[in-house]
Design a protein around this ligand. Sequence first.
Ligand code: SAM
Length: 221
Amino acid sequence: MNNILDFIGIKLNYSDQVFRPTLISENCAKLTDFRDKSILDLGCGIGPLAIYFAKNGAKEVSACDIFDKHLEYTKKNARLNEVEIEIFQSDLFSNVKKKYDVICCDVSGVDKKVAELTGWFPEEVPKADETGSNLIIKVVKEAHKYLNKAGILNIATTSFSNVDSIENNISKNFLNSEVLIKIDVPFSRRLKENVKLLNEKSFKKIGDEYYWEFKLLKCSN
Ligand SMILES: C[S@@+](CC[C@H](N)C(=O)[O-])C[C@H]1O[C@@H](n2cnc3c(N)ncnc32)[C@H](O)[C@@H]1O
């Protein structure tokens, strides 16, 4: 089945086999400083961020993902929106050859169990490990090799990962980090039904409602 969704005014083809943009994607798009900059969208999914950056004044946009179906959709969606983006397959930075002013990273940052419980990730979409933080930590450790001088890494994290370890690695690899936004997101029905299976550190309860936390971090030197 092939459908079209609207992502902040951009039309995107999607199907039930690919990852659909979320609240996190929307915040990455709106809060990243990309105008007149070269930017890499790492873990591009069906292309929402890369296309948004290209449509709204980035100097040069590249997009990569490990999953070939996502790359097919990103190519199709770039054509649909008439933007020029360099699109390529890469396991994190494995095939990245250039340096960028900005890297915007929304790779899978949710522990495997939560990814399975929530249904956020269709079956074939690559997921993080049981800590939820393995991919993000690798990106934090390697990003400086792919950033221009004064380059910025924006990275999305969730409380369904080892946040302490991510923040510890950020402070080892970058001089500055700033929280661009922090949002308490109410649990979906499916998450609520499975709350007993979750690590207690990954959510908070206020009254009868449960919340997980999303943070977008800006790292620089
Ligand atoms: C949470 S989704 C976000 C997708 C997109 N940024 C968005 O906002 O819709 C995470 C993306 O990371 C990709 N991914 C997972 N492991 C990866 C890896 N090792 N290297 C590159 N991309 C990866 C997945 O295929 C997926 O597209």
